[in-house]
Design a protein around this ligand. Sequence first.
Ligand code: ADP
Ligand code: ADP
Length: 218
Amino acid sequence: MLTARNVTKNYSNLPILKGVDITVSKGEIVTIVGSSGAGKSTLLHILGTLDTPTTGEILLNDVNLTKLKGNALADFRNRHIGFIFQFHHLLPEFSALENVCIPGFIAGTAKNAVREKAMFLLETLGMQDRMDHKPNALSGGEQQRVAVARALINNPDVVMADEPTGNLDSRNARELHNLFFELREKFNQTFIIVTHNEELAPLSDRQLVMKDGRIISH
Ligand code: ADP
Ligand code: ADP
């Protein structure tokens, strides 16, 4: 479903990614680990079209993402790729429900359909009593659940998570990680997760180890 072919990335002529090949199947949960500076975030950003490779290509369901530009790229990304970051980046002046709805509104989906889907997702994530709360009235674990619901609102082909548990205590981290598996069971959702969490990283279908700009083990 998602394929990266011989992806390289240079920053100011310094090679950061040195030829990465990845294939991820629908419904797979893949974790990416490796020491700081190995290139994990850079790779995730390139897979998610937030950054462009220096050479190589990314294919998502046969669409060559490296050929998309400008509005077409932004629109494709919003519809097909969900993102979860270490810090949730929720908009503080909007409620949990509104935060989840926003990418759906941007995609131009009918407002009622977006609200229904957002409520369904928040219920699925155990947040039915928290929908009208603003982010700062929610706990860290709850905020991250809202971010997960927001990532899923447009039925993305793949969700990219960059240290999603990095700001959570170990219990909330474990719960969030379990949630990814529940969402895979329910929706056959695909996840690619960069993580430093040594307890959770092996709990995946596949663990990719990065070192010095390459994947050294699958
Ligand atoms: P990781 O996520 O594995 O810690 P990163 O992908 O964040 O690694 O970074 C890999 C290397 O690329 C680091 O040496 C980092 O300083 C460098 N790097 C990342 N982004 C940039 C950038 N925008 N410009 C220059 N160097 C960068
Ligand atoms: P993480 O800890 O998640 O890997 P980083 O601190 O490495 O995050 O990077 C945060 C952001 O800063 C990323 O968007 C990355 O591309 C950028 N970045 C990282 N290192 C550099 C650098 N040396 N020069 C410019 N931008 C960088």
